[in-house]
Design a protein. Structure first.
Length: 117
């Protein structure tokens, strides 16, 4: 599985960003996709995930109501729409893939999101 994440950047508090993850794998429709983040000096944490069918999503409490995960019909692109960004959202964001119900084991290279006050 190859994952290419992009879309990070510098944004002010209250702003919005869209992260994009392009997924390259033959059986993409069998993979659950997720976004994780790692702030400097902290452990990587779960942000959001979307099931294989694309209709069931899950979010960390810290981003509920502000972030939305989605995927295209061909399952090859996954988005993370982030709004009302806070300073504490500053982190490197990683796209991840999990086969079926397995744990997330495949990771993209990360994209840096910096939210400034």
């Amino acid at each position: 599985v190859q994952l290419q994440a992009s879309g990070g950047g510098l944004v002010q508090v209250g702003g919005s960003l869209r992260l994009t993850c392009v997924v390259s794998v033959r059986t993409v429709s069998s993979y659950r996709m997720g976004w994780f983040r790692q702030a400097q000096g902290k452990e990587r944490e779960f942000v959001a995930s979307i099931r294989v069918g694309g209709t069931t999503t899950s979010y960390a409490d810290s981003v509920k109501g502000r972030f939305t995960i989605s995927r295209t019909n061909d399952k090859k692109t996954v988005y993370l729409d982030m709004s009302n960004l806070k300073v504490e959202d500053t982190a490197v964001y990683y796209c991840a893939a999990a086969y079926g119900s397995a744990s997330f084991r495949d990771w993209g290279q990360g994209t840096l999101v910096t939210v400034s006050s």
